[in-house]
Write a new protein. Structure first.
Length: 745
């Protein structure tokens, strides 16, 4: 499923993008930093106060020990420098966000602690911050450092309040991101725009889905699901979006807004006789919104109104994300080239010089589109850079600029791992080859904030010195992640780096999901329809990482980073066990060995019960914390029920029966949360095993179970879920290790 230019001015372009290797860029960058740092701040172009405020949020007890200095960029690349003495750390950078990236590098390289997404080891900091032994300098080797998938707002939690968004932005800044997709509040832009074109407020609100499903409406895949939100809900989202946009701009980061490419509400042609509307057909069980031919004069009028309304709400932008004919959209008799020229003309009329951002995914962007518009106003954010082999992006995209991207997570799965070795080899090769049009990186998991190691490694690709060796990087990561060197932590992350993070390209970019999360069947291979059907790494070798983490020194076990990782790695080791048990269950059932089948079914359900208890020991794995933001956003009891269903349904049935069953969307966003495992996944398997055991006993076919009905019943449930963790992660992980039998005495 869905899984994002800078001007070609050679005087302004980083050397790497002009074919010069990164080592030359590093040398030039260090000279520039050295010369400018001698007079830092004399002609500062920005206020460092936003970076200072971020430090007060991130490091309240230590922010006074940092001196933050603006470093003029001039015509060069983003860069930072860290110097200082004990208790006085001087960080210079070319934007407030770049300064924060310098702080993060200092924390990792000198203080040996880290602020992860999620988890940190800041409690290990000494009272007086240590000084760098020598100046730390870094230069951005690419100008575009993009983050967030089109689907992120749905799968990461569409109801996050401002404090959670604030933390999200801080972490993106700490890792050098400078462009962030920001769709929040777009529903109000559409609402205001189409009221100007003959629609009532109720008609528009009935068309726009609830927030968790809005990403696919913006992509022109679906509409109307769980719709008719209250006007106050729209107002709350606009207020949140304004805070997000203001913070991004204050930190020197660019919000990337959705652009307008022709989506119209139902019956547009009836309201505007003669309008050239192209029906878009079906998308995995949902009726797609119609597309107005961009050559139709009404398109330019709607686009102008859309961009005017968007500007009034959120200010001007320089980057706009939109994809023509996404995932099976139909052009009808509209020439794609003509449509592309009209869409670009409308964008440039509203925002002269703005860049059109497109997702590299499946057949997108189409060659006809690329040949029709000015490449200097494009940026393709590639969702497939690490997934397939034999990719030639300059050829594929006719020389258009692009960002090396990854989607290592689909649907927000509780998944740990990535094709990280492919990143280390392929990114540098693509960037440095003659004629390269690679201009950036694009971090695009469908659900963000779930795999801190993958996020840290991928974003490091954009800065010097480049990570080149996985073992070396993961060893340093282990030390910083837990706040000190530990042989067992290093061993654990070496194992993880050689298993879950060493997956090969060719067909997939994410690990397998868990069969515990699947609709029950004896021959099931994945929970989500489009997930890998088999293990993508050595599961027994992976289990050894649990054993090593359990032996980390007690002094390092108190950090939120350690606790999160211990639960996450152990959770995945236990989840992998389902792929061992299910074939055995199938054999026992086929052999009509009822005692063996019963014993294996009990073992399976016991594993799921233990998994739920393990998940309940960390706040990041609680269903209650997934649901709580939606409940907090509701204006009354009726809206609370609507928003809860929005959140619950996207995890399970996703949408209606047609989309879930015929379209295959059920469990697309499966994940392992305490309360979801015990509340839906385990009851499904228990009912399935009961039906099969009854069949073995009676000789009759097993009952047919309506899995959609069971999932829908759970989705409409209003059961209150805990938001406070219970249990000791270390003891529970030890119980899992004992159960798996993988740790040697």
């Amino acid at each position: 499923m869905v899984r994002r230019f800078f001007p070609l001015d050679r005087s302004a372009a980083p050397a790497a993008v002009l074919g010069v290797g990164w080592r030359s860029l590093l040398a030039c960058g260090l000279l520039a930093v050295a010369s400018l740092s001698a007079a830092h701040g004399t002609d500062a172009a920005f206020d460092t106060a936003p970076a200072r405020a971020a430090l007060q949020r991130l490091l309240p007890a230590y922010s006074s020990q940092f001196e933050l200095v603006a470093l003029p960029r001039g015509q060069g690349a983003d860069r930072y420098e860290v110097r200082g003495t004990p208790g006085r750390i001087v960080v210079t950078g070319t934007t407030p966000a770049v300064i924060l990236a310098g702080v993060e590098r200092y924390l990792e390289q000198v203080a040996h602690v880290a602020i992860g997404w999620p988890g940190d080891s800041l409690a290990r900091l000494p009272a007086t911050l240590p000084a760098p032994a020598a100046a730390i300098t870094s230069v951005a080797v690419v100008p575009d450092r993009y983050a967030l998938n089109d689907t992120d707002d749905g799968y990461s939690n569409a109801y996050l309040a401002w404090p959670a968004w604030e933390r999200k932005i801080d972490r993106l800044a700490l890792h050098g991101i400078n462009e962030v997709f920001m769709p929040v509040g777009s529903e109000e832009v559409y609402r205001e725009t189409f009221r100007d074109f003959g629609y009532t407020d109720v008609e528009i609100r009935a068309w726009i889905p609830a927030p968790a499903h809005q990403p696919w409406w913006l992509l022109q895949n679906m509409a109307a699901f769980d719709a008719l939100l209250s006007p106050s809900s729209y107002a709350r989202r606009v207020a949140l979006a304004r805070k997000i946009v203001a913070r991004l701009r204050a930190l020197g980061m660019k919000p990337v807004f959705p652009g307008y490419f022709g989506t119209v509400p139902p019956r547009f042609a009836a309201k505007h006789p003669g309008a050239q509307v192209v029906p878009q057909g079906d998308w995995v069980g949902f009726q797609r919104p119609d597309w107005l031919d961009p050559r139709d004069p009404r398109y330019a009028k709607i686009a102008a109104d859309f961009y005017r309304r968007q500007r009034a709400l959120f200010g001007d932008g320089t980057m706009y994300k939109m994809d023509l004919l996404h995932e099976g959209g139909r052009a009808g008799d509209v020439p794609v080239a003509d449509a592309a020229r009209a869409v670009m003309a409308a964008l440039q009329a509203a925002h002269p010089g703005a860049r059109w951002v497109l997702l590299g995914w499946q057949h997108n962007p189409l060659p006809a589109l690329l040949d029709a518009v000015d490449h200097r106003r494009l940026l393709i954010v590639d969702g497939l850079s690490d997934r397939y082999d034999n990719l030639h992006r300059e050829q594929d995209w006719h020389g258009a600029p692009y960002a090396f991207g990854s989607i290592p997570n689909f649907g927000g799965h509780s998944t740990l791992g990535a094709n990280a070795g492919v990143w280390l080899q392929r990114y540098a090769a693509w960037r440095d080859k003659p004629g390269s049009t690679l201009r950036g990186i694009a971090w695009m998991p469908e659900g963000s904030g779930l795999d801190p190691a993958a996020f840290a490694l991928f974003t490091a690709l954009a800065w010097t010195p480049l990570p080149t060796d996985a073992d070396t990087w993961f060893a340093a990561y282990a030390t910083n992640r837990y706040g000190g060197a530990d042989a067992h932590a290093t061993a654990a992350w070496r194992i993880l780096g050689q298993t879950a993070y060493a997956m090969a390209s060719g067909e997939w970019s994410e690990p397998q999901d868990s069969l515990f999360d699947a609709r029950p069947a004896l021959d099931e291979q994945s929970a989500a329809t489009w997930s890998p059907p088999t293990m993508r790494y050595d599961g027994r070798r992976f289990e050894q990482a649990v054993c090593e983490l359990l032996q980390v020194a007690p002094a390092l076990r108190d950090s939120s980073a350690y606790r999160y990782d211990l639960v996450d790695v152990t959770r995945q080791a236990l989840a992998n066990q389902a792929r061992v048990l299910l074939p055995e269950l199938k054999v026992a059932y086929a052999a009509k060995d009822a005692p063996r089948f019963h014993a294996l079914a009990v073992q399976w359900l016991d594993d799921m019960a233990l998994l739920d208890r393990l998940l309940a020991s960390d706040p990041h794995f609680l269903l209650g914390n997934w649901l709580a933001p939606a409940q907090a956003a509701a204006g009354d009891a009726t809206e609370a029920a609507q928003l809860a269903y929005d959140q619950r349904s996207i995890l399970t049935v996703w949408g209606n029966r047609s989309g879930a069953d015929r379209g295959g969307l059920h469990d697309y966003a499966n994940r392992q949360l305490a309360g979801l495992v015990s509340g839906l996944y385990a009851p499904r398997w228990r009912r399935f095993f009961t039906a099969l055991e009854q069949s073995l006993a009676t000789g009759k076919p097993p009952e047919k179970i309506d899995w959609f009905a069971m999932g829908h019943a759970w989705a409409v449930s209003r059961a209150v879920e805990p938001t406070v963790p219970q249990g000791d992660p270390w003891r529970l992980a030890s119980a899992v290790a004992l159960r798996l039998g993988s740790c040697r005495p």
